[in-house]
Design a protein around this ligand. Structure first.
Ligand SMILES: Nc1ncnc2c1ncn2[C@@H]1O[C@H](COP(=O)(O)OP(=O)(O)O)[C@@H](O)[C@H]1O
Ligand code: SF4
Ligand SMILES: [Mg+2]
Length: 338
């Protein structure tokens, strides 16, 4: 079996429950991630899908080594990355700098993720300067050439390199954020809802850009979205999250044609039928509300909204398991027929 490029194993990450009486009166903690394992092969696109609050961004930050989990580990090229020390510091290590150079992130909001005091050219050049000893970008001329090559890749005209982020449109800013992430020619791009802050008209342009970059440069993506329709054309595998857990993970076609978890089914039913509608209609989510962090049910967390829920579902939590026929897995006591 191929060694995954990037993986996380059995991650647990909890946050203090907010209290109306202020930060010193925490009402305990809740698990934003509860035993999450994911793996990404070279050149693969793995989508992470789930409603708001399901833990997608937390998973992205743990995978990108921006957030310390309480339990579990992150591996890059099959080797465990260093554990976080006290005070949230990571020890310097060659394996970690290889990781930092090769695993890049793009966030949802291109308005806050770019430094307003730097020009577009400086923003794209910054990672090259930071990692100048790791690649062929030791000289200023080499860095300038690389910035121009990136500008061409992301479809930003050369004269825009002298401009500041506030002079750009939302779509252009997200292109710049993608350009900054691509500058070091990474092997992995973790994109956390890169389309959701953009106008509908530019969403498909940015999606096409990500698609082309993958074809040309064999980058592996972790592509995060609350909308299953947005990942349909890009993802090879899809992991569906619900309240901090993965409830189903499968190859894209298997997931769309025969979902086994009732939650996946409701997400698919919400996908508009016509491909041209895919990015324009808001997803219709399953009936009922996502339970709040204060009241996550004891058994299956989806039970309050599940049309198939039976007494057993409220008593015991289903584990994520497979059938052995393929590499799909689901967490449900009464899965849908294959
Ligand atoms: N820094 C934080 N402090 C407290 N709670 C947080 C923090 N980050 C995330 N959460 C909570 O963790 C849960 C998962 O959040 P998140 O990972 O952002 O979900 P998603 O990206 O799927 O919307 C949410 O209930 C959110 O409020
Ligand atoms: S375990 Fe029960 S409640 Fe949970 S998804 Fe399956 S059928 Fe629905
Ligand atoms: Mg998020």
């Amino acid at each position: 079996m191929m060694t995954p490029l990037l993986e996380c194993l059995d991650i647990v990450k909890s946050f203090p429950l907010p209290s109306r009486r202020g930060p010193w009166h925490s009402r305990g903690r809740f698990k934003a991630l509860d035993g999450v394992s994911l793996s990404l092969n070279p050149g693969e696109t793995l989508a992470l899908v789930g409603e708001s609050g399901s833990g997608k961004s937390t998973a992205a930050k743990v995978l990108g080594m921006l957030l310390a989990p309480e339990k579990g580990e992150v591996r890059f090229r099959g080797r465990r990355l260093p554990s976080w020390g006290r005070f949230g510091r990571l020890p310097p290590q060659r394996h970690l700098s290889d990781f930092r150079r090769n695993v890049q992130m793009v966030f949802q909001d291109p308005f806050t993720s770019l430094n307003p005091r730097l020009t577009v050219g400086q923003i794209v050049a910054e990672p090259l300067a930071i990692h100048q000893r790791a690649g062929p970008w030791g000289s200023r001329t080499a860095r300038r050439k690389r910035v121009h090559a990136v500008a061409e890749q992301i479809g930003i005209a050369k004269h825009w390199l002298e401009r500041y982020p506030h002079e750009l449109s939302g779509g252009q800013r997200q292109r710049v954020a993608i350009g900054r992430a691509l500058a070091l020619q990474p092997e992995v791009l973790i994109a956390d809802e890169p389309l959701s802050a953009l106008d509908v008209s530019v969403q498909s342009q940015v999606l096409n850009l990500l698609h082309d970059l993958r074809t040309e440069h064999r980058i592996a993506y972790v592509f995060i979205s609350h909308d299953l329709a947005a990942v349909e054309h890009l993802a090879a595998r899809i992991a569906v999250m619900y309240l901090g857990r993965i409830v189903e993970i499968a190859a894209r076609d298997a997931l769309f044609t025969s979902p086994r978890h009732p939650y996946t089914r409701t997400l698919i039913d919400a996908v508009p039928r016509l491909p041209s509608d895919a990015l324009t209609s808001p997803a219709h989510l399953p009936v009922g509300e996502v339970p709040s962090a204060f009241e996550i049910p004891r058994g299956c967390a989806f039970a309050p909204r599940c049309p198939r829920a039976a007494p057993r579902c409220r008593e015991s939590r289903p584990a994520l398991t497979g059938t052995g026929n393929d590499d799909r897995q689901f967490a449900c006591h009464f899965p849908l027929e294959d």
